[in-house]
Design a protein around this ligand. Sequence first.
Ligand code: SAM
Ligand code: SF4
Length: 335
Amino acid sequence: MTNSQHILTDDFGRKHSYLRISLTEKCNLRCTYCMPENGVPLTPRSDLMNADEIFKIASVFVKHGVNKIRLTGGEPLVRKDFSEILKQLATLHVKLSITTNAVIVDRFIDDFKRYGLNDINVSLDSLQADKFQYITRRNQFKEAYNNIILLMEHGFHVKMNIVLIKGFNDDEIIDFINFTKHLPIAIRFIEFMPFDGNNWNKDKLVTQADILQQTVAHFGDDHLIPIKNEANFTARNYRIKGFKGTFGIISSVSNPFCDSCNRIRLTANGNIKNCLFSNTETNLLRAFREGDNIEPLISSLIKKKHAVRAGMTDFETLNNPDFHNNNRSMITIGG
Ligand code: SAM
Ligand code: SF4
């Protein structure tokens, strides 16, 4: 019998209370940093978790201490049974959240309210329609932008993710921060991460120092106010004096937050992944379908978690493509 106190605690004492579930490998956008140009080979539908399996597998994690679930993907809202999945998960009485590109979010406002999903992370990498089209390979800036505003009008707690890529959108850092002047939004600049086929290299990284240097030069040192970090924080957050919203920096590559990591990922095809940087996964769905107890599998993968970035302890290792080119694209892992 597995000790229910400990199956989600790793060898470094980190308790995993935050489950991120990818609902699909499909997406209505094609972001260059997330998806290879020619798409990804999709898992056959019969090998993906159905709504009932998502609920039952998630319940096992909740039984062992998960108190927050984030739905992600691919684009979670393109899944036809999204509302049914949300309805079932709402019965687990954990904090529910979602990460979405916002393109079709307007169709789900009522469901979000009905099932208590209040925390919404949206992704928008440019405030300019032509750049949005370039990075997403789709022409839907207006829909995404208007829906982000709509979410705030409805009172949702909105965070906005911006993957910064040097030479592409680092000239918009100040525009993004100005976006927080009158809006109650928490924007987060995210470092570009390496995945199979996304042409990552370290010269494309925009560092925390770059961002703060631009910010101080524009707004002045005395206007940059650091905000106290939450537990298990992933972003270093700031506010510009007098601004309604905040901005943060998520430096998962150059300065990871592994010490306080409480995240575990469940992919759409039912694999668990103990770290975003790891290229090993354990299939839970097969065991679940065979009627096996999945707790020992969960426990053994949690115990294999490395202290830092799946064992890539230094920047040189991370910069070696051999270490990350086998790591599936973000679209199939679930960001
Ligand atoms: N489709 C949804 C969206 O875009 O918000 C949810 C899934 S997406 C994979 C989740 C997050 O991962 C997004 O904020 C996206 O910007 C981020 N992401 C994808 N590829 C990335 C990469 N190579 N480096 C850093 N962040 C990445
Ligand atoms: Fe789709 Fe999100 Fe990946 Fe963009 S980042 S391709 S919106 S899953």
